[in-house]
Design a protein around this ligand. Structure first.
Ligand code: PGA
Length: 253
């Protein structure tokens, strides 16, 4: 079953990208993907809020989907500075990242808060990309699976399905550092996540996409994407440049 899952290559621009140069990168990526036959992956760009309307507009009839990097749990209300899942859906977004480790750290997002955001995404018709991952200290003391297991239990809505949920396993120590786990370690964690998803979501758990994230680059993407139960990648730094991101998309095809 897992082998028949269409991979998802998702770019996470984080707090990077002004509108004009950002749209030029999107335009370049559009041209590269249009020229290439046989791309098998679904493609997604999660750009900053300020770029979302223009990106959605530019990619309206394109195979590249657009997503937000966060949403509030409520549909509307007195939450200055926040954006709801409904607002993202309203402008044409299809996905939203929930509980990225940078938000868990910078904004003290708990598993419960992440689960409520994912529920909000589902309510609005968006696919939630729920992020999990251990710190280096946790890995070194042998607690990586325990930590990721607890994050999954706490962050994943009970009603999740493969149509509305993607899991991103991102070891915190691999994000933006150039370090990656060995393919054996990636395989072990993705197998573990798959087993937990099956237990929790039964048949649907076998189909939910599990992305690997953390220092994915064009030159290591093919090895990482070939690992069993790796159904795509969440890409930070290397998604900012169209040619690099396209190299990863090609590696998935
Ligand atoms: P990176 O970031 O590819 O720059 O390591 C990945 C992420 O945080 O999603």
């Amino acid at each position: 079953m897992a082998n028949t899952i269409t991979p998802l290559i998702a770019g996470n621009w984080k707090m990077n990208g002004l509108v004009k140069p950002g749209l030029a990168q999107i335009e370049a990526l559009t041209k590269l993907t249009a020229r290439k036959r046989g791309i098998k992956a679904d493609i997604l760009l999660c750009v900053p809020f300020t770029m979302l309307p223009a990106a959605c507009d530019q990619l309206k009839r394109n195979r590249i989907a657009v997503g937000g990097q966060d949403c509030h749990a409520s549909p509307s209300g007195a939450h200055t500075g926040d954006i709801s899942a409904e607002m993202l859906a309203d402008i044409g977004c299809k996905y939203v990242i929930c509980g990225h480790s940078e938000r868990r750290a910078d904004h003290h997002e708990t598993d419960k808060a992440v689960r409520r955001k994912a529920e909000a995404a589902h309510r609005a018709g968006l696919t939630a990309i729920i992020c999990v991952g251990e710190t280096l200290e946790q890995r070194e003391v042998g607690e990586a699976e325990k930590v990721v297991g607890a994050q999954l239990t706490g962050s994943l809505p009970r009603s999740s399905s493969s149509a509305d949920t993607v899991i991103a396993y991102e070891p915190v120590w691999a994000i933006g550092t150039g370090m990656t786990p060995t393919v054996d370690d990636v395989a072990a964690m993705h197998d573990y996540i798959r087993a937990r998803l099956r237990r929790r979501l039964h048949q649907e758990g076998a189909k939910v996409r599990i992305l690997y994230g953390g220092s994915v680059k064009p030159d290591n993407a093919a090895d990482l994407l070939a690992v069993s139960n790796v159904n795509g990648a969440l890409v930070g730094g290397a998604s900012l440049k169209a040619t690099d991101f396209f190299g990863i998309i090609e590696a998935a095809s």
